[in-house]
Design a binder for this molecule. Sequence first.
Ligand code: ZN
Length: 214
Amino acid sequence: MLERLKDGLTNFRNVTYEKYKHLYHDLEQEQHPHTLFIACSDSRVNPERLLDSQPGEIFMVRNIANTVPAYELSQNDPTTVASIEFAVEVLGVKEIIICGHSNCGGCAAAISGQENLTHIPFTQHYLKPLESVKEKLEAHNSFPDENAKATQMEHMNVIEQVDHLKSYPNIRKRLESGTLEIEGWHYDIKSGNVFIYDETTQSFLKSEEYQSVQ
Ligand SMILES: [Zn+2]
């Protein structure tokens, strides 16, 4: 194991654990997370630090490009689907956040095209559903530069995955009864800002602005 990670374990046990000892004891038998957070596996995305959340608060699903298969394609990714089902039906989370991020390699790979992924066939297969997002991106938009195009792809991908989530009958039922909320986020690594998709204006608003209009 890397020495740096070993030191981290020692620091966790001696400092962090001691500080939150009561919390860890309370959490020993069961969890009651309020939020399911679906994020990219990217190492630069650190949800618990981003949210300043404590153990027990967030149930996490992470995969390349923070995807959720559409209901009719649910068998394509049983891990993600089962994790969502468990979070909603067993743990009873009240909120689901799908969080994309800047410079996402999964979205960039989708933009570059399926034909460039033949050397990583599992990833190629996994990212296939993003083809339709790429097509929508290229059909309806022109971009000042590649960076703007990449950001738009990441935004559209978040919106697409939120739509996929809403295609599940159990999720839709809970949305309609008001017992569940879904938000689409985009985390900008460079600035540290999170932008939240606002359905009314169909735009991503800085988290502070989003709260003020709710
Ligand atoms: Zn990513």
